[in-house]
Design a protein around this ligand. Structure first.
Ligand SMILES: Cc1ncc(COP(=O)(O)O)c(C=O)c1O
Length: 449
């Protein structure tokens, strides 16, 4: 179905103040008394390719080699502060891992927090039995404030944006990110522009517009939306969470990995299966396990195998994996898994590296299997996932059949979004199962038929 929401704002946002780099903290420095327990723990942005560091700011591409920029932490500060005890005494949100997330200023008011994260890690015995697995857990990210894991990346990116003095927030989205940005911006009193493909599911459009965001429906695919947003970011200086704030945004996904480890008693699973669109979440979950290991927070030495899930109608990363290549060839998406419909994935190359290095795989499944996956998860575990969850479960089914996921492994499947956002996917497959008049006799008679 198509929707054509129109922009609602009439004012022109003012340009953000130029970002200023904070003074580097003394190692182990603590926040002044009377403030929340924050301390600056980042030194700048580092290029993932050439390793050069730049000042903190709304910038995502290395000025030297055009590689992607990542947050560069002050490892001494982080090491001096982070501990299992500090994490355990933190809030029941992803900010319990605040020492491992970018803090740009000693300023508690920067934090824009709707309570994302620390979602349940649920045992899934009925689904495990169905699949013939010994031990299966579901990371239930349907429970986040706007119904997907995107609340994680947004709380981190918007908090950084506020510290950088950015006053207008934006994103290029396949739907869930738009919802998360709109919700967090509303709570922070920040103007928001969310850019989406014009033909997204109704739940995703309403789930952004309701928060008062400017919803910009673009005639094109997500990749067209993303290109437009890169141009707008250059022109307007807005903070696009997944464009010029991408370094901070991506850190939010690490918290899925932190939580899995903490919730398993600082052990790691053998295998993690999760969905891929840009590939950022998948890559960062893996990085999170490495962070915990480096800081001595784990009881296990071995990192999990990581396997990624795509829908056949948008499977550029899986296709490269099948070819045995790290070279992702862009595709034009055509799948009901709209949240994963990124044809030119920014982190595809890195996701392929992670799968390869950890002994995982990247698979893809047809749309009919996505629907079957949603229904299987709901029927066996009482968890209603959006299409990305269907993609994950359907790929898990295949991975078990193919022996990619071992039956004796301890497996975690990441269920990243809520099914009520994409009910269209179930049209024709999930309706009333019986029809009766309001008469007891008719009802009982119908049951005996
Ligand atoms: C529900 C859901 N799961 C997973 C993803 C994949 O995220 P990434 O782009 O980090 O691979 C998305 C992306 O939009 C999403 O909406």
């Amino acid at each position: 179905m198509t929707s054509s929401p129109t922009p609602t704002a009439t004012t022109t946002p003012t340009a953000p103040a130029p970002p200023t780099a904070p003074a580097p903290p003394a190692p182990g420095a603590t926040a002044p008394p009377g403030r929340h327990d924050l301390v600056v723990n980042v030194t700048g942005l580092r290029c993932r390719e050439c390793g050069r560091t730049e000042d903190l700011g709304a910038s995502h591409v290395c000025g030297w080699c055009f590689g992607p920029l990542e947050v560069a932490y002050d490892e001494e500060v982080v090491a001096a502060r982070v501990s299992r005890d500090r994490i355990a005494s933190g809030p029941s949100t992803l900010w319990r891992y605040g020492d491992l997330l970018p803090v740009l200023r000693d300023e508690p008011d920067d934090r824009i927090d709707l309570g994302a994260g620390f979602t349940p890690l649920r045992p899934a015995p009925r689904l495990a039995a169905h699949l013939g697995l010994r031990e299966l857990w579901l990371k239930d990210d349907t429970r986040n404030p706007s119904g997907s894991f995107k609340d994680r990346v947004v709380t981190v990116a918007l908090s950084a944006a506020r510290a950088l003095g950015i006053d207008t927030i934006a994103c290029a989205s396949t739907g869930n990110l738009a919802n998360a940005v709109a919700a967090h911006a509303a709570a922070a009193g920040m103007p928001a522009y969310v850019f989406i493909p014009h033909d997204l599911e109704r739940g995703k459009v309403v789930g952004s517009a309701v928060y008062g965001a400017n919803v910009v429906a673009v005639d094109g695919t997500y990749d067209d939306v993303n290109r437009l947003c890169a141009e707008v970011a250059d022109r307007r200086g807005w903070g696009f969470v997944n464009v010029n704030l991408r370094a901070f945004y991506a850190e939010g996904s690490k918290t899925i990995g932190f939580e899995i480890a903490e919730q398993l008693g600082w052990q790691l699973p053998d295998h993690v299966v999760g969905p891929l669109a840009s590939g950022a979440m998948f890559t960062k979950i893996h990085r999170a396990f490495g962070d915990l290991q480096r800081h001595g927070l784990l009881d296990t030495a071995e990192l999990p195998r990581m396997s990624g899930a795509q829908a056949t109608g948008c499977s550029p990363i899986a296709e490269a994996f099948e070819r045995g290549s790290l070279d992702v060839r862009p595709q034009r998406p055509d799948t009901i898994a709209r949240s994963l419909a990124i044809g030119d994935p920014a982190d595809g190359y890195y996701a392929l590296q992670v799968a390869e290095q950890t002994g995982g795989a990247i698979g893809h499944v047809a749309d009919a299997e996505v629907v079957a996956g949603i229904r299987l998860l709901a029927r066996t575990e009482g968890l209603f996932a959006e299409t990305a969850g269907g993609v994950t479960v359907a790929n898990l089914v295949r991975f078990v059949e193919q022996g990619v996921v071992g039956r004796d492994e301890r497996v975690v499947a990441v269920v990243s979004g809520n099914g009520y956002k994409t009910v269209e996917a179930l049209d024709g497959t999930a309706g009333p199962t019986h029809r009766t008049t309001p008469s007891l006799t008719d009802f009982l008679g119908m049951l005996h038929d």
